[in-house]
Design a protein around this ligand. Structure first.
Ligand code: C2E
Ligand code: MG
Ligand code: MG
Ligand code: MG
Length: 291
């Protein structure tokens, strides 16, 4: 009967919702266990000069070194944690690890480049990020210019709290990056309200520029506008030589992407950094850095 079929559908729908909830709950429990076990590790992706290819900064990206599943990418657990408000416990761990690593490099006599970490909007509702970062810098004896903060574009939308927090972070001397710029709809308008230092152009921008002259012009216009506003730009998802040449030609000084380096483990990064001439401290992203 019709009713029978209908009833089955409802049953199926409820089942799949329950399964989803169960798997989210499972993820949350697993994450708590994994945090205690220190299963989360940082990978590092260099930010490079488009002119010289040299490293001017590093983005810290979290990975889950799962005992059975191997290396798990953030795409499969960060959104779950964001939805449930647990992302702050992971981010606290990641930010601490990033600072601890910076301290270790300095103690070994290495000249460190700035490291950028990601902040989720949900972090603001769980912790006071300003005092958290201040405490971290104090604990590890680091200068503000060594830690840069990436906040995804959509996190600013319709959220006073984010704008206010950015203002406070800026007052404390932190460098703020707007991540995934151009991925939303209100990108340009947002720039008048949010006082960021660096725009990270979403990789979709670069992909579209490959496809049409018009999209190329838009990217070029964004770079000019950024210059007028005294903003620096990093193009994300730079994968080819052609893209690097194009970025250079429109005056985009920095890029991050597979063309230069994929995100890598601490061990791989350290081996890379011992090579002569891969790091450019003069072209370093933070103008305040003292050499
Ligand atoms: P994101 O912050 O925009 O990071 C850039 C992402 O693009 C990274 O993915 C990176 O591996 C990838 N990528 C870099 N270059 C290329 C390229 O040339 N081509 C392509 N196709 N992709 C490239 P990943 O590491 O999987 O991270 C995904 C997202 O997860 C990040 O996007 C960020 O939003 C979030 N995330 C990562 N680590 C953390 C963290 O510690 N805390 C929080 N809250 N979010 C994080
Ligand atoms: Mg980022
Ligand atoms: Mg992002
Ligand atoms: Mg991004």
């Amino acid at each position: 009967s019709v009713k029978g079929i209908y009833g089955k559908r409802i049953a199926w729908y409820e089942n799949s919702m329950t399964e989803e909830l169960e798997s989210e709950t499972k993820t949350l429990l697993e994450v708590q266990r994994a945090l205690a076990n220190r299963e989360f590790v940082l990978y590092w992706q260099p930010q490079c000069s488009t002119r010289t290819g040299r490293i001017v900064g590093l983005e810290a990206l979290v990975r889950w070194q799962h005992p059975r599943r191997g290396l798990v990418m953030p795409g499969s657990f960060v959104p779950v944690l964001e939805r449930n408000g647990f992302i702050a416990s992971l981010d606290l761990y990641v930010w601490d690890e990033a600072c601890r690593q910076l301290r270790a490099w300095i103690d070994r006599g290495e000249q460190p480049v700035p490291v950028s970490v990601n902040i989720s909007r949900a972090d603001l509702y769980a912790i006071d990020v300003v005092s958290t970062f201040e405490e971290l810098l104090q604990r590890y004896g680091l200068d503000h210019h060594l830690l840069e903060l990436e906040i995804t574009e959509s996190a600013y939308a319709e959220d006073e709290r984010m704008t206010t927090t950015v203002e406070r972070l800026k007052e404390h001397g932190f460098t703020i990056l707007m991540d995934d710029f151009g991925s939303g709809y209100s990108s340009l308008n947002m720039l008048k309200d949010v006082n960021v230092d660096i725009l990270k152009i979403d990789m979709g921008f670069l992909n579209r520029a490959n496809e049409s002259k018009r999209s190329e012009s838009i990217l070029e216009a964004v770079v000019s506008m950024a210059r007028l506003m005294d903003l620096r730009i990093i193009a994300e998802g730079t994968e080819t030589k052609e893209q690097v040449d194009f970025l250079q030609s429109i005056g985009c000084d920095y890029a991050q992407g597979y063309y230069f380096y994929r995100p890598m483990s601490t061990e791989t990064l350290e081996a890379l950094l011992t090579q002569e001439g891969v790091v450019d401290l003069r072209g370093v992203l933070s103008p305040t850095m003292e050499l």
